[in-house]
Design a protein around this ligand. Structure first.
Ligand SMILES: [Zn+2]
Length: 328
């Protein structure tokens, strides 16, 4: 037991970044929205004007939050009344116990009572307290020239209507509207995208349980902080294995591969970030990390990435030696 504790104390994690490229085929994980019967894929523009395909950081963060929530439910981790129901407002929709007294007290309560509020952040309007997420995602964006997009026409067949030959090849849609008795037949356009996607994500493990209104630990118990940290890492693992975004009922992605680096800062040093849109991102990140004493773990597939994240799960989130809030 002592040896185990010592090992953990020696294996603190300040920050983790996962940076790399994923090959996703035939998906439609994120869209601009639907105008009439046409759904537009997300287009993003890079600094040089290059138009490329993207999945927003909001979508990736939502996926990570969902896998965090699943684990919290399964493992009986604390959740506030809003997060019990996975409400997007989080603490702001569970104001009980937050409105009395000081902002620092409200922040302490909001963080200590809920793993999802702690990890993913929130904005409470009254009293105004804002917690920045410990988990951050950039746009997942296809590497220049390494993506393809199609807009496919599909027909929704109404029950009892005669399908014309032109429509028999189309995919059958069993959607809710049909079940609700919508009878009109309709043509609609849906995007399908494939590409090599660059992703960047940062996990600030050191901020778990930390009340940044008065810089005390709202979660003082090391085991509880460690559980939250491990939950976030497992959610990362599942996010890469199962990026469940939009339109997965008929556009479940064909995940072909993933490669990249996991950067781990053991001490209070920010991990360097560089976009995998650059072909030399790995070499440059290794160079930068080496100069800062940041660890680099490379992966060539999802199995290796899973192993790296599982190893990191046994570590302890970094802890500052702060003035004890109970004493203060
Ligand atoms: Zn919550």
């Amino acid at each position: 037991m002592m040896a185990e504790q010592e090992k953990r104390q020696g294996q603190q994690v300040f920050e983790i970044a996962v940076v790399g490229r994923a090959i996703w085929n035939l998906h439609s994980l994120n869209n601009e929205g639907t105008i009439g019967n046409v759904t537009e894929p997300r287009t993003v523009v890079l600094w040089d004007g290059a138009k490329t395909d993207g999945v927003s950081g909001e979508m990736m963060k939502h996926i990570h939050a969902f896998w965090t929530w699943i684990q919290a439910k399964q493992n009986n981790l604390p959740l506030c009344s809003a997060c019990q129901q996975f409400k997007p407002q989080r603490a702001d929709a569970a104001r009980e116990g937050l409105s009395s007294g000081k902002e620092s007290e409200a922040m302490r309560e909001a963080i200590s009572r809920c793993v999802l509020c702690d990890l993913h952040g929130f904005l409470v309007q009254r009293p105004t307290i804002h917690r920045q997420s410990t988990v951050e995602f950039g746009w997942v964006v296809s590497v220049r020239e390494q993506f393809h997009r199609d807009l496919h026409i599909h027909a929704r067949h109404a029950v009892g209507e005669q399908a014309t030959p032109a429509k028999t090849e189309e995919e059958e849609q069993k959607n809710e509207e049909q079940e609700q008795g919508v009878t009109a037949q309709m043509l609609y356009h849906r995007p399908t995208r494939s590409g090599v996607y660059a992703f960047v994500t940062l996990f600030q493990a050191w901020r778990i349980g930390l009340n940044e209104v008065n810089y005390t630990y709202a979660v003082d118990n090391d085991d509880e902080r460690q559980k939250r940290y491990a939950t976030a890492l497992t959610a990362y693992e599942w996010t890469f294995k199962r990026p469940d975004g939009a339109m997965t009922t008929t556009r479940l992605p064909h995940i072909e591969g993933i490669e990249g680096v996991v950067l781990v800062a053991r001490n209070a040093v920010p991990v360097p970030l560089l976009t995998p849109l650059r072909d030399d991102y790995r070499e440059k990140l290794k160079e930068l990390a080496g100069k800062q004493g940041v660890e680099v773990h490379e992966f060539e597939d999802i199995v290796r990435l899973t192993e790296i994240l599982m190893d990191l799960r046994t570590c302890q989130p970094f802890r500052f030696a702060l003035k004890d809030e109970k004493a203060g």
